[in-house]
Design a binder for this molecule. Structure first.
Ligand code: 5RP
Length: 226
């Protein structure tokens, strides 16, 4: 089976929005592998965050992978703007519609990695026929919209099933929501390799605090896979 390294992707949803450039630089200095960008439209999810212009303004601050999670519906009219803004991975929701396979094809045609995300209530079967069109599967471990929620334990089995579905394909499996030192081992053992964390990392207020928080998630995840 394909094994990707454990990657920690801090979600800037929990960062200080008044100084996002500095926050991105700090968290990368602290050991973040990717930067997770949560885009919300107030329609697909009950919250609004930021769009491509903010991402474009963050792009010069780091060379780290920009992992963009689109919680917007429809996503297709905006895919090109997010690609041009500098996102490296663009993840759309399976539930956002109307044509998941077309959205994924569009992302790849823009030269970006294509991700698909599943809400907690969505069964993994919806991605069975798009597996060859995806580079990343994002399993939401909370209902999308807000940081600081409790990890939904039933998602452990979903991650396990997705890992089995993926087989030898070089697909990264990402989890998002309630990821902390206490849940990192559970998701990694089930098969996730990209761990998004917002509040567990940005609760600190210095590079050193971010470094400790990232390590506190990475360490149990790596041990669980050893
Ligand atoms: O996508 C999200 C919510 O839709 C957030 O990235 C996610 O909830 C991370 O926040 P936390 O680590 O605080 O749970």
């Amino acid at each position: 089976m394909m094994t990707h390294p454990i990657r920690i992707a801090p979600s800037i949803l929990a960062a200080n929005f008044s100084q996002l450039g500095q926050e991105v630089r700090d968290v990368v200095d602290a050991g973040a592998d990717w930067i997770h960008l949560d885009v919300m439209d107030g329609h697909f999810v009950p919250n609004i965050t930021f769009g491509p212009d903010v991402i474009k303004s963050l792009r010069p601050h780091t060379q780290a992978t920009f992992d963009c999670h689109l919680m917007i519906s429809p996503a297709d009219p905006f895919l090109e703007a997010f690609a041009k803004a500098g996102c490296d991975i663009i993840t759309v929701h399976a539930e956002a519609g109307p044509h998941l396979h077309r959205s994924l094809q569009t992302v790849r045609s823009l030269g970006k990695k294509a991700g698909v995300s599943l809400n907690p209530a969505t069964p993994e079967s919806v991605i069975e026929y798009v597996l060859d069109a995806v580079d990343l599967i994002l399993v939401m471990t909370v209902n999308p919209g807000f940081g600081g929620q409790k990890f939904i334990g039933a998602m452990e089995e979903k991650i396990r099933r997705i890992k089995a579905m993926v087989g030898d394909r070089p697909i990264e499996i990402e989890v998002d929501g309630g990821i902390a030192p206490e849940t990192a081992d559970i998701v990694a053992r089930a098969g996730a390799n990209v761990l998004v964390a917002g509040s567990a990392i940005f609760k600190g207020d210095s590079v050193e605090a971010y470094r400790g928080a990232i390590e506190a998630i990475r360490s149990p995840a790596e041990k669980a896979r050893a």
